[in-house]
Design a protein around this ligand. Structure first.
Ligand code: ZN
Length: 317
């Protein structure tokens, strides 16, 4: 077993031991939104953001709907450690579609990178909901091997400008967090695969991407993480969704938020994605939200810090 996997196993045991103290309740003053099933769909001049767990978001305005990194088929950590195939769960997807009040039609999927906790469920969801899949070349080959038609895939690079419904989507360069000092499952895929991806390790990182979504007069930046020294290349956004899966990343959060100059900041990818969605939000032992919160206050970072619970929907003011 390599170092990353044995570390994950230890962290898994630690997360079981701390599972009572890692909920959102102590931070309720930062929570925004209400149950998605009770929220009215946004008008064409409004934008709503629904949190779907991990780095998953539904972003809607009028008839336009965009899904970012939707991942519902949680798998136990032992499946990752012991290389058991990871698979989409129809039951988990059906539950998430109901709880997140997902519309019956999606304009686009945005994938920040092609690890399984971002891309595994995209081929199944795309078959159900339609829409184009905006992803790296690696992500496109993985989705194609899972049955997504080439005509629905938009392999993209930083600098690309795309449209989905009423949204303008700018593709931006990004980096992936180092997890316990390593880049998990690195690698590019640049030719069609002979067999569909099976284990977590088959879902290669590819080229990480971030996105700027311009919709109904609002600018939303979304990424799934990064490293210090590579701040986002956009500034002046209404909402910054900033990946903080591994805590502060030695100052990376502050650097990113200073660059983005957002009105609102939503730290993302902080939950334990080995827990079933139905058991509710639990911070992962790798995340360190108290440190993010302290950094935000002590460094007087721009933007109001917010949090969202699973399947809550928030009209972006
Ligand atoms: Zn990843």
């Amino acid at each position: 077993m390599n170092r990353l996997l044995s570390s994950l196993l230890i962290l898994g045991l630690a997360s079981v031991a701390t599972s009572c103290s890692n909920r959102l309740a102590p931070h309720r003053d930062l929570l925004v939104g209400s149950a998605a099933t009770e929220a009215p769909p946004p008008r064409a001049d409004q934008v709503s953001v629904t949190y779907l767990g991990v780095n998953g978001y539904l972003i809607r305005s009028g008839a336009t709907a965009i899904l970012v990194d939707p991942f519902f088929s949680r798998v136990p950590m032992r499946h990752v450690v012991f290389k058991v195939p990871v698979q989409s769960s129809d039951t988990a997807i059906a539950h998430a579609r109901r709880a997140g009040a997902l519309p019956g039609r999606i304009d686009a999927f945005l994938i920040t990178h092609s690890h399984f906790d971002h891309a595994l469920d995209v081929p199944v969801l795309q078959k159900q909901l339609g829409g184009k899949v905006i992803t790296s070349e690696t992500g496109a080959y993985l989705c194609e091997a899972m049955g997504t038609s080439r005509s629905d895939l938009r392999p993209s690079r930083p600098g690309d400008l795309l449209h989905a419904g009423a949204a303008k989507i700018r593709v931006l360069a990004a980096r992936h967090d180092l997890v316990l000092g390593s880049l998990p499952y690195p690698g590019l895929i640049n030719a069609p695969l002979e067999a569909p991806p099976s284990t977590a390790a088959d879902w290669r990182l590819g080229t990480p991407l971030a996105y700027l979504i311009e919709l109904a007069g609002k600018r939303i930046y979304v990424e799934s993480g990064g490293v210090v020294g590579h701040p986002p290349a956009v500034s002046g956004v209404d909402l910054a969704i900033v990946g903080t899966a591994v805590g502060d990343g030695k100052g990376r959060y502050a650097e990113a938020v200073r660059a983005l100059q957002p009105r609102f900041v939503l730290p993302s990818h902080q939950d334990d994605f080995f827990n079933p969605l139905e058991s509710g939000f639990h911070f992962s032992v790798l995340s360190d939200f108290p440190r993010i919160k302290a950094t935000h206050a002590v460094e007087a970072l721009p933007g109001r810090l917010i949090l969202m619970d699973y399947f809550h929907s928030w009209p972006l003011p």
